[in-house]
Design a protein around this ligand. Structure first.
Ligand code: ZN
Length: 203
């Protein structure tokens, strides 16, 4: 049975509706606050168990889950628990991402790159490049939710040009969340007189 990820986000007050300023500078009518859906580990594991089932059903063999920090770490850690494999993360460095803290990977190690949300996949792509440079094999990308720019496994959506993930590696996500996105100069919510807020930075 399909896991109702939208309900999980709504129940955790992690799917916000209103008028939001996104990291890209665009405005939107919805915002996913994934940290909120991961607040309770026992609920987070329901999400990653469903994601792990999708990955197993597709016959993907995995040695390790690797997440881009900070956003992906909790989702990656829980997915590794669900898959009963190792969990590591990469961190931002100049021009990309790198493994630190004594984390190592073996040549040919099969690695899933896990994010909380895939928007255009930019961070996930940088993480995969760091892993491949060390000899790891990126076998899949995974995320709790997909914003609909990239095409997730099991759907026949054509990836939008903003998607930076390679088409040769599958993306597993629990669901597609399609948001309205507006250029701030042409935003109907601004025209209605409200002001966009940035949820990530709210105290
Ligand atoms: Zn606006």
């Amino acid at each position: 049975m399909k896991f109702d990820v939208e309900k999980a986000y709504k129940d955790a007050n992690a799917l916000l509706e209103g008028h939001f300023l996104l990291a890209s500078g665009n405005h939107s009518n919805r915002y996913l606050q994934s940290a909120k859906v991961l607040e309770y580990p026992h609920k987070a594991s329901l999400l990653t168990n469903a994601l792990a089932d999708m990955i197993r059903e597709a016959g993907i063999e995995v040695d390790t889950v690797c997440a881009p920090a900070i956003g992906g770490i909790l989702a990656g850690y829980e997915l590794a628990r669900s898959l009963e494999v190792r969990s590591i993360f990469v961190e931002k460095c100049e021009g990309g991402m790198e493994l630190r803290r004594g984390f190592e990977i073996q040549k040919g190690e099969k690695i899933i790159i896990c994010e909380d949300i895939i928007t255009t996949g930019g961070s996930a792509l940088k993480a995969s490049q760091a892993i491949e440079a060390l000899g790891g094999e990126v076998v899949a990308f995974a995320s709790l939710a997909n914003r609909g720019f990239c095409s997730r496994n099991g759907t026949d959506n054509t990836p939008k040009e903003e998607c930076s993930l390679p088409s040769t590696v599958p993306l597993f996500a629990l669901d597609d969340f399609k948001f309205e996105m507006y250029n701030p100069t042409d935003c109907p919510l601004c025209e209605d007189g409200s002001k966009a807020i940035k949820p990530g930075s709210k105290g």
